[in-house]
Design a protein around this ligand. Structure first.
Ligand SMILES: [Zn+2]
Ligand SMILES: [Zn+2]
Ligand SMILES: [Zn+2]
Length: 458
């Protein structure tokens, strides 16, 4: 590795890559409000005046940080110029207060102002979803017009009765004769329609991420401009299924001194507050215990702490410091921009059911798929014989086209299922009952079953 490359690993805040900020690929013409951080856009208002990362001290790259791969177990060597003052506390000694951070109070990430500026990722700290690129209208085909709707299947009175008997057998305290000895006097077949629309979208969010630096490869700005968040090829494992993926954005990594231990690799022990010892639990710090012996009270020296009242801290073994968890004791962190891609399947449906059968029951049963279509963007159905379905399709397709502004819509599918619903009148012991047989499974809905509790009727 050349000296220059090594320097590159430690490049400070000005890892801005010249030439980046080219217009986005033609497939993704930007639209609407200027997306934050999308390359090629005018920087969002307010960004212009934003000060460069002042918090990273001394503007100049931390040359003072040894111009070599950060040493393992870096212990209080020369600090980065003007930067984190590693206190150089000798192990075991109580470190000075300045620059010391206890594990409990550590921030989860390095201060944002200490991070590099990566072209196209200026607003990475906001963690807002990145506005997706717009779509090309050419992906939409003209709406199909010829949509044949198959007719719903019907059942016979015998099948209805069979389903009725099966239904009673599933309910342990329903008498079976109410179904077995009944006669079917009327059967009206109808169809319920179940329209579903699914929109599969993708959301992208970037954040700064970090991991202990062990000498792993650093793909920093020296390797080229960082690709825009929407230019990275990340595919969902399966369409119409929720999932998530994290990837490191290429050319955004750098090595920084750990913000928690300021490069010391160790932090003050929480359990003894850096003292290395704690109050003796046997004598509560008194060095002696009050005992009653030989008919009188007296102080007996505590042999657990040898009268000192102090015990060595078990957590830090008396050193007053423990290994820094943030950097795993390495002193340095690999910082990079992490892209989190979230795929969400948005599902909406509408049921048309005109009997007294509760509509939601339609969702759980099989029917005949009368129509199904999968396209980047579907057109609302407009030729279904039942106009309520056309209306529902229109409403839902319109709603989905604007409901997920932070997502790129990858693919949509919609379908209409026809579910048979049979309204049946049965007579048992001169009593007339209405029940429903629905779905290809011939499920029964019989809220008024006349023989609900066999134990009292028999
Ligand atoms: Zn003691
Ligand atoms: Zn301790
Ligand atoms: Zn650390």
């Amino acid at each position: 590795m050349s000296e220059n490359e090594k320097q590159g690993l430690l490049t400070g805040p000005q890892s801005q890559v010249p030439g980046y900020g080219a217009p986005p690929p033609s497939g993704y013409p930007p639209q609407g409000a200027p997306p934050q951080g999308y390359p090629g856009q005018a920087p969002p208002q307010g960004y212009q005046g934003q000060a460069p990362p002042q918090g990273y001290p001394g503007q100049a790259p931390p040359q003072g940080y040894p111009g070599q791969a950060p040493p393992q177990g870096y212990q209080g060597g020369p600090p980065p110029q003007g930067g984190y003052p590693p206190q150089g506390a000798p192990a075991g000694a109580v470190p000075p207060a300045a620059g010391q951070v206890e594990q409990d109070s550590i921030p989860s990430a390095p201060p944002i102002e200490k991070m590099d500026q990566i072209a196209g990722y200026e607003n990475v700290a906001s963690q807002d979803p990145l506005p997706p690129p717009s779509y090309e209208e050419v992906t939409r085909a003209p709406p199909p017009t010829d949509r044949q709707i198959p007719s719903a299947s019907v059942i016979t009175a015998e099948q209805a009765k069979e389903a009725y008997i099966d239904f009673t057998s599933e309910h342990c305290c329903y008498g079976s004769s109410g179904a077995k000895d009944s006669s079917i006097v009327d059967l009206k077949s109808s169809s319920a329609f179940h329209y579903t629309l699914e929109t599969f979208g993708e959301k992208r969010v970037t954040t700064w991420a970090q991991e202990p630096y062990n000498g792993q490869p650093i793909d920093g700005p020296q390797n080229g401009p960082a690709p825009g968040p929407w230019d990275l090829q990340v595919m969902a494992s399966k369409n119409f299924q929720n999932s998530k993926s994290d990837i490191e954005v290429p050319h955004t990594a750098s090595v920084k001194p750990c913000h928690t231990c300021v490069g010391n690799c160790r932090v003050r022990c929480n359990h003894c507050h850096g003292r290395g010892n704690n109050r003796c639990t046997w004598c509560h710090g008194n060095g002696h215990n009050r005992v009653y012996e030989d008919g009188r009270h007296h102080n007996k020296p505590c042999h657990h702490c040898n009268r000192s009242g102090q015990q060595r801290c078990n957590w830090c073994h008396g050193h007053g410091q423990v290994k820094c968890k943030t950097c795993d004791g390495k002193g340095n962190l690999k910082c990079y921009i992490k892209l989190t891609v979230t795929w969400t399947n948005h599902y909406d449906d509408h049921i048309v059911e005109r009997t007294a059968l509760p509509s939601e029951l339609i969702r759980g049963v099989n029917g005949q798929t009368a129509f199904e279509e999968e396209l980047p963007r579907v057109w609302a159905i407009n030729h279904f014989p039942d106009p309520t379905i056309n209306q529902a399709s229109d409403t839902l397709v319109k709603r989905h086209s604007t409901a997920f502004p932070t997502e790129r819509l990858l693919i949509q599918r919609h379908r209409v299922r026809i579910i048979p619903v049979n309204e049946v009148i049965a007579i048992w012991k001169n009593q007339e009952t209405k029940f429903y047989v629905y779905g290809f499974e011939n499920k029964v809905y019989a809220p008024d079953y006349p023989q609900k509790c066999c134990c009292t009727i028999l």
